[in-house]
Design a protein around this ligand. Structure first.
Ligand code: GLN
Length: 545
């Protein structure tokens, strides 16, 4: 087949019937497959809610807030995009209705609409189209995948569907593909998969002027040829463009399931792109195999206050899967609510753990439980990893129990504390807005050669992503170092402490940044890999004893 690579091609991923069907994973899987065939791909998420970004949202709303290199606070799907494709995303890769309206309204205030009435069509839809094209123009990509959040039929999704309809019209045949993801519910009483909700959802898209090209059907059972034919006929799609997405034990299998059913081939065919090159997925297949068939197991406690919803710690959970595979190990994460921890029950809760991770977080609630967990891990020589607030808790615990600053805390928890070992940076003190005002995004850090972290990273200069307001208080730096908690990672530009360690402990590391945002399938994060190894060693030597 002739290769036509004249312009950027656009894939739109919509969802119907129900939310949480895994559009993000399907988008990321498709991106991975196209990448494996040599195409450059970028993925973007459009979110129909009115928050300007998810930075101010409680994690129980939409799960974790993911942070990009350039400091955008974004939807957790961007984390999947990066973990699957190994490509950094940015502010442009996540756009909400709030952001769209904000820029249209700002333009109106500047008088740029020249007296026109500002309306959803064309002004909001034009802004949506501009944002979709913007990701492509930043860098030349062969394919842009745009995932539309929400469910078709929601009032708030309408302007997005209309914008996609217009873009398809503007770009012409063969340059766009609409992939619609729906659910086939299984009725156990009659033993049937039902297609009617899918048919209705496609009708709804058609009412809005959009004919899907490919249907991905989420289902707990395999779909038969009959069902494929029926869905194809009633929804006007080619039979080979009806693809099942069956429940799998790990999301990392989804690209391989999609490959089996030629989702990539059908997509490329519809975009008039060459699909003869064999996909290079060797690393991915090896990784998926390691995830599914681990040789060892290790129990690690994840201590936080949003433990009812694992999505709240999505990137940490995925980082453990990557680091587990690198160690041929299945990491069993035990979610522990820090509000329920106290010195009386700590031994029964953490006694069987091979490692303890204290998670990021905000505010006072659950903080003393986290500090109790740090104390237990430190004094029992259990490998400990503190991330952001977890690092801050480690600093507070050390101040209180080793240095003797009995009244030590972060000023986030107590404004008038005697020893504010964690404190607001000067430039944060006059900030009143909550959205987008933390220390966000990538910052450099220089690490000392004699340290656990150097042994993990194997380099002195690193860069990691941040999302916090409070910092290690440099006023107390000497006391900590003298007492055995070493400040081994420093921001070379600002002198802020980014990493603390206790060299007399087998593996005790606290990091002010969020390493979990940078762990991918191809590049498992060195600190997670090293922490899992330490946890394995700890439990193995415990058994030997
Ligand atoms: N609440 C702390 C701060 O703002 C830690 C934030 C975090 O863990 N992401 O500094």
């Amino acid at each position: 087949m002739e290769t036509i690579k004249k312009q950027t091609k656009y894939i739109f991923v919509t969802g119907g019937v129900a939310s949480s069907l895994g559009k993000g994973i399907i988008s990321a899987s498709l991106a991975k497959l196209l990448q494996a065939r040599g195409y450059s791909v970028v993925i973007q998420k459009l979110d129909p809610y009115i928050n300007v970004d998810p930075g101010t949202l409680n994690p129980y709303e939409h799960g974790e807030c993911y942070v990009t290199e350039d400091g955008a606070e974004t939807d957790l799907d961007l984390g999947h995009y990066e973990r699957f494709t190994n490509i950094h995303t940015s502010q442009a890769n996540n756009v909400t209705t709030g952001r769209i309206y904000q820029s249209v309204i700002n333009k109106e205030r500047r008088g740029e609409f020249l007296g026109k009435t500002v309306q959803v069509i064309p002004h909001i839809t034009d802004e949506i189209k501009r944002r979709i094209k913007m990701v492509a123009s930043n860098q030349k990509y062969d394919v842009v995948i745009t995932e539309i959040g929400g469910t078709v039929g929601d009032i708030e999704s309408l302007p997005y569907i209309e914008a996609v309809r217009q873009l398809r019209y503007n770009l012409g045949a063969g340059n766009t593909v609409v992939v619609h993801l729906t659910l086939l519910p299984y009725m156990s009483a009659s033993g049937e998969l039902k297609t009617k909700p899918t048919q209705h959802s496609v009708k709804m898209l058609l009412e809005n002027g959009l004919q899907p090209d490919i249907l991905v059907l989420r289902s707990e059972k395999h779909i038969s040829e009959d069902i494929r034919s029926k869905v194809a006929l009633f929804c006007n799609v080619d039979k080979d463009a009806v693809v099942e997405s069956i429940d799998v034990s790990t999301i990392y299998e989804v690209p391989l399931k999609m490959l089996d059913q030629k989702l990539d081939v059908v997509t490329l065919r519809k975009l008039n792109l060459d699909y003869n090159k064999k996909p290079d997925l060797e690393n991915w297949i090896n990784f998926a195999h390691k995830v599914k068939e681990p040789k060892k197991k290790v129990n690690i406690a994840l201590i936080g206050k949003y433990t009812e919803l694992p999505d709240a710690y999505k990137s940490i959970v995925e980082s453990f899967i990557h680091a587990g595979a690198a160690n041929d190990t299945k990491v069993n994460l035990k979610y522990i609510n820090s509000e329920k921890l106290n010195p009386e029950n700590i031994d029964s809760v953490l006694g069987t753990m091979c490692g303890v991770l204290v998670a990021p977080g905000f505010g006072n609630r659950g903080i003393e439980g986290k500090i109790t967990a740090v104390h237990y891990a430190r004094t029992n020589n259990i490998p400990f990893f503190g991330i952001c607030l977890g690092m801050q808790c480690a600093v507070i615990e050390y101040a209180r129990n080793v240095i003797g600053f009995v009244d030590a805390n972060s000023t986030e928890m107590d404004d008038h504390v005697k020893y504010p070992v964690i404190d607001l940076m000067e430039e944060q003190k006059n900030i009143t807005d909550k959205g987008g005002t933390m220390r966000l995004g990538a910052y450099p850090c220089k690490i000392e050669k004699e340290s656990i972290v150097f042994n993990s990273y194997k380099k002195e200069e690193i860069s990691e992503r941040h999302r916090h307001r409070y910092e290690f208080n440099n006023k107390y730096k000497e006391e900590f170092n003298a007492a055995g908690m070493k400040t081994v990672g420093i921001n070379p530009d600002t002198n802020l402490v980014e990493i603390v360690e206790i060299p007399s402990h087998p593996w005790f590391v606290g990091v002010q940044f969020h390493p979990e945002y940078k762990s991918t399938v191809l590049n498992p994060h060195p600190l997670f890999v090293s922490f899992v190894r330490a946890a394995l060693n700890y439990c193995e030597s415990k058994i030997q004893k």
